[in-house]
Design a protein around this ligand. Structure first.
Ligand code: NAD
Ligand code: DAU
Length: 339
């Protein structure tokens, strides 16, 4: 079995590669990644010498390059993690989101049609469903919830999902889609809430909470997401969407306070800043389908997962300090100065 993993130098893709190479030593895993600001080759150092692993620096929008790679490797399964993934960046500059997230997905699926695969899996997000009100805890996203996007990021992910289903119906491509809630864990890029707050708290810098910090996200430990995708590509039904989430809703402010407490930092570091434009209020996944059909359940409780994550950032300072000392400084200045 040869699996092509796109976006494998990013947060979830790298965790997925570690999971697959660890669990299936007989599989060949090819990682295709453009190495944008969010991709980091050093993340893949632990598997670079593995004879069953190959890294290829490539843009999923590069049709010729992608076709060439399919000719060389003839992957059986493609798992597409490659994407522009940060909502705030999509609000500043939507264009690259449309290019990578929609057109890149098209190129990959065209390659799948041309060379033949047994499964194309699209890693999507709960953000395609829009948001839920805070005062209706009974409401959860199911696979039947209508698409109702808020940001250029979520609109681009939803457009890709529609295209994936169109390729299934029109060309019979054996596809699956997973829509997961917020992940956390090792190798999470420091622009995102949890690693940003850990890094800032460790440097005694202000902790920028958007709005009143009351927005709710449904947090899932990244390894549980990887295990769910592993199940879907092996046992999931073609043409189906699977929601993935851990029934673990938390308010942003509570997460930030928890990080302060775990690091022994004062809550006075918390600074309320101007809200994100179009900020989604609440996400909450109903994972009944993947549980009943595939037997998936989250294994890591948030209390354990967040401790493991904080410890990982304490033990791997070089990884994230290298990132935040580079061009990230300009990004941080642009997004947070005078906010
Ligand atoms: P990330 O930003 O950490 O990593 C994205 C990776 O894709 C990077 O390695 C980057 O170099 C690569 N990439 C970007 N554009 C590319 C291109 N044109 N060609 C090839 N490679 C390219 O993202 P992540 O958080 O790991 O998310 C991975 C996927 O999971 C995304 O599709 C995202 O929409 C989805 N998702 C993320 C979460 C989350 O909480 N992080 C939750 C649900 C779904
Ligand atoms: O739900 C899945 C999605 O989760 C994925 O599809 C996205 O790729 C991923 O980035 C994530 O999106 P969010 O926008 O939910 O994640 P983020 O970490 O950017 O923000 C989480 C919450 O924290 C959100 O309500 C905004 C808030 N926030 C974020 C940052 C970076 C702050 O209050 N301050 C911050 O500095």
């Amino acid at each position: 079995m040869t699996i092509l993993v796109t976006g494998g130098a990013g947060f979830i893709g790298s965790n997925f590669i570690f999971h697959m190479l660890g669990k299936y030593p007989e599989y060949r895993v090819i990682c295709l990644d453009k190495l944008t600001y969010a991709g980091n080759l050093s993340t893949l150092a632990p598997v670079m010498e593995n004879p069953n692993f190959r890294f290829v620096k490539l843009d999923i929008c590069d049709r010729e390059g992608v076709y060439q790679l399919f000719e060389e490797e003839h992957p059986d399964v493609v798992v597409n993690f490659a994407a522009e993934s940060h909502v705030d960046r999509s609000i500043e500059n939507p264009e690259v989101f449309l290019q990578t997230n929609i057109l890149g997905t098209q190129v990959l699926m065209d390659a799948c049609r041309k060379y033949g695969i047994t499964r194309y899996h699209q890693v999507s997000t709960d953000e395609v469903y829009g948001d839920l009100p805070l005062d209706r805890p009974d409401l959860l996203f199911t696979e039947e919830t209508p698409i109702h996007t808020s940001s250029p990021y979520s609109a681009s992910k939803a457009a890709a999902d529609l295209l994936v289903m169109a390729y299934h119906r029109t060309y019979g491509l054996p596809v699956t889609i997973s829509r997961c809630s917020n992940n956390y864990g090792p190798y999470h890029f420091p622009e995102k809430l949890i690693p940003l707050m850990i890094a800032n708290a460790l440097a005694d810098k202000p902790l920028p909470v958007y709005g009143e910090g009351l927005n709710v996200r449904d947090w899932l430990y990244v390894e549980d997401h990887c295990k769910a995708i592993d199940l879907i590509i092996h046992k999931g039904r073609a043409g189906e969407v699977y929601n993935i989430g851990g029934h673990n809703e938390m308010r942003n402010i509570d997460i930030v306070k928890l990080i302060c407490k775990a690091l022994g930092k004062p809550e006075s570091l918390i600074t309320y800043v101007t809200d994100r434009k179009g900020h989604d209020m609440r996400y909450a996944i109903d994972p009944t389908k993947i549980h009943t059909e595939l037997g998936w359940l989250p294994e890591t409780m948030f209390a354990d997962g967040i401790q493991k994550t904080i410890q990982w950032y304490l033990d791997n300072k070089t990884w994230w300090q290298t990132i935040i000392s580079g061009e990230y400084q300009d990004y941080y200045e642009k997004m947070y100065a005078n906010r």
